[in-house]
Design a protein around this ligand. Structure first.
Ligand code: HEC
Length: 109
């Protein structure tokens, strides 16, 4: 019986810490909403290209944008990209913005 209580307690503890500190998975948000234009790995799809979406794997592009600009563009939209305000929560926007950075080229040493 105590074992059962123990498991229950750990489960609840896990549940609450997840709710309080849980990180939203930026990749999941990206794959669900952004992949169709930006491509799974950040290179624009045919559709994205036709709308002139940038290539996130391009170093020059990554260097040309601040984190604020990325969050801003996702939140309010830009050019032919739709606004995601109302669609995504602030946490989801922050997480997906971090994912856009991760798609950039890896810097060495
Ligand atoms: C309908 C296609 C489409 C979808 C879906 C889409 N985008 Fe875009 N995105 C674009 C286009 C087109 C641009 C280029 C906008 C411009 O610079 O005129 C763009 C630009 C961007 C930029 C660069 C903004 C800048 O400062 O130049 C970021 C970052 C971005 N998108 C992230 C996302 C994220 C994250 C999602 C999913 C939540 C998403 N996009 C979904 C089409 C799309």
């Amino acid at each position: 019986m105590y074992v059962l209580y123990g498991i229950l307690f750990l489960g609840l503890l896990f549940y609450f810490t997840e709710a309080a500190f849980g990180e939203v998975d930026g990749k999941k948000v990206f794959d669900a909403n952004c992949k169709k234009c930006h491509g799974e790995f950040g290179r624009p799809t045919e559709r994205g290209k036709s709308l002139s979406a940038p290539d996130f794997t391009n170093r020059i592009w990554q260097l040309s944008r601040t984190d604020e600009q990325i969050i801003q563009a996702i939140t309010n939209g830009k050019g032919r990209m739709p606004s995601w305000k109302g669609e995504l929560t602030q946490e989801e926007i922050n997480a997906v913005a971090r994912w856009v950075r991760i798609l950039g080229p890896k810097t060495r040493g």
